[in-house]
Write a protein that binds this ligand. Structure first.
Ligand SMILES: [Zn+2]
Length: 207
């Protein structure tokens, strides 16, 4: 079904988009190099554990709980050094962390379920699904961008996982994992367009 822009329902439209329920405050502008260590030292820290495209879920009260404490995640062979600080929720800091324990060896009370099934079957709430998408994208980026693309030296994670820094040539590398919005500011008669200095004559774009 298609709807015209001006006939769109008044409800907040992003709720209809998958993984849009993420409520984590990334605090990108306030991240120190030790932000992962600081977050892990907070007793309220919560971890999403991931392994090979699957999310670890605790069976609880007939449902699934994706949140692990730092201590209870230790037996699952987590790599805290490779954890990414997703940001801060009302309950405290949130990290996505690779877990080493093979899914076949998990205790009965924990299941490893692929991201798509977790989302499609609605196993976790919208906020957790959004955090899962953010964490999965970042961990995948780090796994595939381990080495500096300028000089080939192994780069190091910085800013809680939102940057990699090459120790040899000081190049900085950033994940392109954030969603982008293109918007058109419009009334019924007019719309606001922009143009860059490099645009060809007569060329304009939405914002
Ligand atoms: Zn380099």
């Amino acid at each position: 079904m298609s709807i015209r822009l001006f006939d769109a329902p008044l409800r907040e439209p992003s709720q209809f988009v998958g993984f849009a329920g993420n409520v984590i405050d990334r605090q990108s502008e306030n991240r120190a190099d030790d932000s992962v260590e600081m977050a892990l030292a907070d007793p309220a820290v919560r971890l999403l554990l991931m392994h090979g495209g699957r999310l670890y879920l605790k069976l609880r009260d007939g449902g699934f709980d994706p949140w692990f404490g730092a201590e209870e995640s230790q037996p699952l062979q987590v790599s805290l050094d490779h954890g990414v600080l997703l940001g801060f929720s009302d309950s405290g800091p949130v990290l996505a962390v690779p877990a080493g324990l093979d899914p076949e060896q998990l205790p009965e009370s924990i299941k490893a379920i692929d991201y798509r099934s977790v989302y499609m079957q609605g196993l976790i709430d919208e906020a957790a699904a959004g955090a899962m998408a953010q964490g999965a994208a970042l961990l995948a980026w780090h796994a595939s961008h381990r080495f500096c693309s300028k000089c080939g030296t192994e780069a190091e994670m910085r800013a809680g996982g939102y940057k990699r820094l090459c120790p040899a040539c000081a190049a900085e590398h950033f994940p392109r994992t954030d969603p982008v919005a293109i918007m058109l500011t419009a009334t019924r008669e007019k719309c606001l367009l922009g143009r860059g200095r490099h645009f060809a004559p007569g060329m304009y774009s939405a914002l």
